[in-house]
Structure formats: structure tokens, C-alpha cells
Design a protein around this ligand. Structure first.
Ligand code: HXC
Length: 481
């Protein structure tokens, strides 16, 4: 039994212990002999019944640093995952480029980045950060689909605190610069944050259990998991149309019991994304979250949703959206951050996606944000709306300020408010409903909340026969970035 003491002293597990936590029954096969290992275990095994290829860095060997051989081993693992069409997982715990190997180490990173990009959209790629992941090395997880971090253990940054201090004079701790919380809630680099490594590997296993093995797994042919119906009493919204609520209660009441796995739960919280089962079939969910900033779309929530939609589309995962959105977040901050190009990503992602797409308008669907949230015009296959849903260009107060500005201007102060209020009521009655959208076919059907699951199950069954075009003849589009 090797000694893992130096790792344990740092509160970390050793690569071998991690592999045992990851694989079914703790069983795996090493594909590269100990002599050629060079600080990284390359293994195959089964995770929740799915074959996977794994690279696990051994910090006890030269700080897990990446030399030419080490890098070639990871590149081999990625090639193998592509060839076998199975998910790739990298467990990162490394001091980065092996300094004494110079440019050979840098080239080895280049080879890895190249393969991550080739594997993107072909097999799911997962990175687990179980220690340092610094410098350009951080771009390896940055190129993968899902990044897991562990509190007080993971840190990722392009330059560490000492370089930051010498270049910018800023003094910052490792944790504050690139700790788990920073990446899970602010940068959006991490998709899952866990308290310890054991919990982290349990969550990786849950994710693998929900994902298809590769992009060739056809719609409706993916392995179905066992499922239990949900308790639907949480499927409701407040009577007060201005009150917030937690959309995750609706997700919990519509999809299979306890099947929802939220992604980036602490980042850009005005939109919720994640996977859940619908009678055992994996569905990607994008939902407005009225609990945070009234479910508004801003730069980060647009990015978060767009990236998720593209993952689902690449891997044949049908998408269900729950819409309750008053618009894109206005203001100088967002405009200067580029809300136009960030919001455009979401429009692009939904327009491009050819997987089955169903939208349920829960309450408000206003303006450009309504169009961006999987509207009929962007190719949604079916759009449902709950009673009292409002499809409109904007809310009543904003609308009457613009429409009746000329008429209101000459009125004395007291009368002006009363006039605008009266107009707002009229506007609400005439415009803030679904009548026109139904007439024009932008909404297919009004449904009651308690019918939602049954409607989704039924509609999805039909849509799983949908034929998806493989290529439209162009190389690829140019998604705004
Ligand atoms: C060679 C390294 C190494 C590295 C660590 N070691 N990092 N050897 N190249 N990059 C060795 C140490 O010399 C030591 O060897 C052993 O690994 C354990 O390291 P410690 O420093 O004792 O561990 P710890 O105190 O836990 O500190 C971990 C650490 C620190 C914070 C990661 O080692 C560190 O700062 N390393 C350098 C990080 C770095 O700047 N990397 C280059 C990034 S640039 P002995 O023999 O004493 O046990 C980069 C470019 C990629 O990665 C570009 C891609 C395009």
C-alpha cells in the first residue's frame, strides 16, 4: 500500500483514492504502465454503467507538473475517448508546466488544448479541480464542458498572487483570486462546487448518469433511468403578478422525483439551468428565475443559458424552457459589458439548436427577452402558456410613458399620474395577455399548471421522432462571443 501521507497532510486525497471513488465498485484499469506514467494515471473503467476514460494527476510526483511524457499521456487519453466515443474526465492536481522541461511542456499543453477542442461536441468532457490548476494549465478545464471545484482545495488562475502583486500592486489571497467560491459564483468558470472530494465524486457520478455517452446517441434511444413521478403541488405561481417565486419548485413538480441536477447554481442566478428526467429521459432545462432580479436576462445569465443550450444541442438532449422574464437588464453597466453581444449568444444558440424544444410561458414574456427564451420564431417546436400569461413588448408602466407622453405633458401634475394610471390599466387589459400570440400561433395552447408534466411527456414522445439535420453545408456559424 503506497503512502499517501503528503497528500493527506494537505487535506487532499491521492490520485488512486480518487479513482476508486469515481469508478463503479472502485474498479479501474490503468492503460499506461507505471514506468511511463510520469505523474498522471490514465485509466478506463465504468461510471454509473457508462465506459469512461480518465486522466488523474499525481501531485506526489513532481507536484503533478506537466512534462512532455505526462502531456502525451493525457493527449493519448483524449484520443482514446474520441475513438471510443465515451466521456473523458481529467482530475487536475498540478503545479502546471514542468519548469525544467521548458518549451516541451508548453507544447504538451498545446496538444491537450487541441484535443479538447476536437472532442468538444463529440464526447462529454469533465474536469475535476482537486488542487492547484494555475497558469495556462487552467485553459484545459476551461475548454471542457463541466468543471467541478472543491472548497478550500481547488484554485485556478492565470497568474498567482505574487505575479498579480508585482504587475498590478494588488494584494490578494489565493482563495480570493481563484478559489472555489470565486469560480462558482463570480467568474462562472466552475459548474459545480462541493464541500469535499467525496461529495464531489458523487456529483460527478450523478452527472455522468444523466448524460449521453456521446453525440451519436440518438434522440429517444438514450438509456432511460428508473423514475418516480413528482409531487405536483409545488407547480404554481403567486396570485400577485409582481411577486417573485422559486422556479426550482416548478421544475421539481414537473420532472421525475429528485432527478434535477442544477448547473452553475451560484452563478448568474436569474436563470436556472440543469438536467432532469422526464419519465427517465434526460431533458435540459432553462428557466427564468423570478427569485433573483425578477428573472432578468443580463450578460452572465445569457452566456450561462447559451452555453447550456449548445451543449444540449450537441448531445441530442431535448430542451424545455420555463419563461417568466420582463426583459434584458437595462443600464450603462450592462451596455458597456456588451449585453448586445451576450444576449445575441442566446438568440444564436436557440436559433441554431435543432433538438426538440418546448417552451412553457409561466407568466411574463416581454420584449426581446421573450424572443430569446426559446420563442416560436426561434424554432421552438411547441409553446404552451399558463393562464394569465402575458406576451407583450414591455410592462404597462414603461409602455404608457412612451405611448402617452405627448398627451400627458400638458396635464397638471396631479392629473398626469391619474391619466397614466388609467392608460396603464387599459394597456394591461388589451395587451398584457396571450390573445394575439395565440391567434398568430406564437403560442400553441393555454394549459393549466397541473397539466404541464402530462403535456410535456406527451409532446416530447412525438418530438423524439424529430429528424435532425446533420449539416447545412456551411462550416460553422460565427456565434457572437
Ligand atoms: C516542476 C514542480 C512544479 C513545476 C511544483 N513542483 N510545481 N516541479 N515544475 N511547475 C515540484 C516542487 O518543486 C516540489 O518538488 C513538488 O513539486 C511539490 O511542490 P511544493 O511546492 O512543495 O508543493 P506546495 O507547497 O503544495 O505548492 C504547490 C504549488 C507550488 C503552489 C503548485 O509548487 C508552485 O507554485 N509551483 C509552481 C507553479 C507555477 O508557477 N507553475 C507554472 C505555471 S505556468 P520536491 O522535489 O521539492 O518535492 C504554466 C504554463 C502553462 O503552467 C502554459 C500552457 C499553455
Amino acid at each position: 500500500m503506497p503512502s499517501y501521507e503528503s497528500q493527506h497532510k494537505k487535506g487532499k486525497l491521492h490520485a488512486e483514492e480518487r479513482l476508486r471513488l469515481l469508478f463503479d465498485g472502485g474498479i479501474y484499469k490503468e492503460l499506461i504502465t507505471e514506468k511511463a506514467r510520469d505523474g498522471v494515471y490514465i485509466c478506463e473503467g465504468v461510471v454509473c454503467g457508462v465506459p469512461v476514460v480518465v486522466a488523474a494527476q499525481d501531485f506526489m510526483f513532481k507536484g503533478g507538473s506537466l512534462g512532455a511524457r505526462h502531456g502525451a499521456n493525457i493527449a493519448f487519453a483524449l484520443d482514446l475517448a474520441i475513438k471510443r466515443k465515451c466521456p473523458f474526465i481529467c482530475i487536475n492536481d498540478s503545479g502546471g508546466a514542468r519548469i525544467q522541461e521548458g518549451v516541451d511542456a508548453l507544447a504538451a499543453y498545446g496538444n491537450i488544448f487541441f484535443r479538447h477542442t476536437k472532442a468538444s461536441g463529440v464526447v462529454p468532457q469533465i474536469s475535476i479541480i482537486d488542487g492547484p490548476c494555475a497558469g495556462g494549465a487552467a485553459y484545459s478545464p476551461g475548454l471542457t464542458d463541466f468543471v467541478f471545484v472543491v472548497e478550500n482545495l481547488s484554485y485556478m488562475f492565470i497568474t498567482g498572487p505574487s505575479v498579480v502583486k508585482s504587475v498590478t500592486k494588488e494584494q490578494v489571497s489565493t482563495e480570493n483570486l481563484g478559489g472555489a467560491a470565486v469560480h462558482a459564483s463570480e467568474s462562472g468558470v466552475a459548474h459545480f462546487k462541493n464541500q469535499n472530494e467525496k461529495e464531489c465524486f458523487e456529483q460527478v457520478r450523478k452527472l455522468i448518469s444523466l448524460l449521453p455517452q456521446n453525440n451519436r446517441q440518438k434522440l429517444g434511444r438514450q438509456k432511460k433511468r428508473s423514475w418516480m413521478p413528482p409531487k405536483i403541488e409545488t407547480v404554481q405561481i403567486p396570485k400577485d403578478r409582481k411577486k417573485g417565486y422559486d422556479v426550482r419548485n416548478i421544475i421539481a413538480g414537473v420532472f421525475d422525483e429528485d432527478s434535477f441536477l442544477e448547473i452553475q447554481s451560484d452563478f448568474a442566478r436569474s436563470v436556472v439551468v440543469g438536467f432532469a428526467g422526464l419519465e427517465g429521459q434526460t431533458i435540459g432545462i432553462v428557466a427564468s428565475q423570478p427569485l433573483f432580479m425578477a428573472g432578468v436576462l443580463d450578460c452572465n445569465s445569457s452566456d450561462k443559458a447559451a452555453r447550456f443550450v449548445r451543449f444540449c444541442d450537441a448531445f441530442n438532449i431535448p430542451i424545455v424552457t420555463f419563461t417568466d422574464v420582463t426583459g434584458f437588464l437595462p443600464g450603462t453597466v450592462q451596455e458597456r459589458m456588451g449585453i448586445i453581444r451576450h444576449g445575441a449568444k442566446l438568440l444564436f444558440a436557440f436559433s441554431e439548436a435543432t433538438v426538440p424544444k418546448i417552451n412553457v410561458i409561466l407568466r411574463k414574456a416581454y420584449g426581446g427577452a421573450y424572443i430569446a427564451m426559446n420563442s416560436k420564431t426561434l424554432g421552438a417546436d411547441r409553446v404552451y402558456a399558463w393562464p394569465n400569461a402575458e406576451v407583450a413588448v414591455m410592462g404597462e408602466s414603461g409602455a404608457v410613458e412612451i405611448l402617452y407622453a405627448k398627451e400627458a405633458r400638458p396635464l397638471p401634475e396631479g392629473e398626469k399620474d391619474a391619466f397614466l394610471q388609467k392608460k396603464a390599466i387599459e394597456y394591461r387589459q388589451q395587451m398584457m395577455n396571450c390573445d394575439r400570440a395565440l391567434k398568430m400561433g406564437f403560442v400553441d395552447e393555454m394549459i393549466f399548471p397541473e397539466q404541464t408534466r402530462e403535456k410535456l411527456v406527451h409532446t416530447m414522445k412525438g418530438l423524439l421522432k424529430k429528424r435532425r439535420p446533420f449539416s447545412s453545408g456551411k462550416r460553422h456559424g460565427c456565434i457572437p462571443l
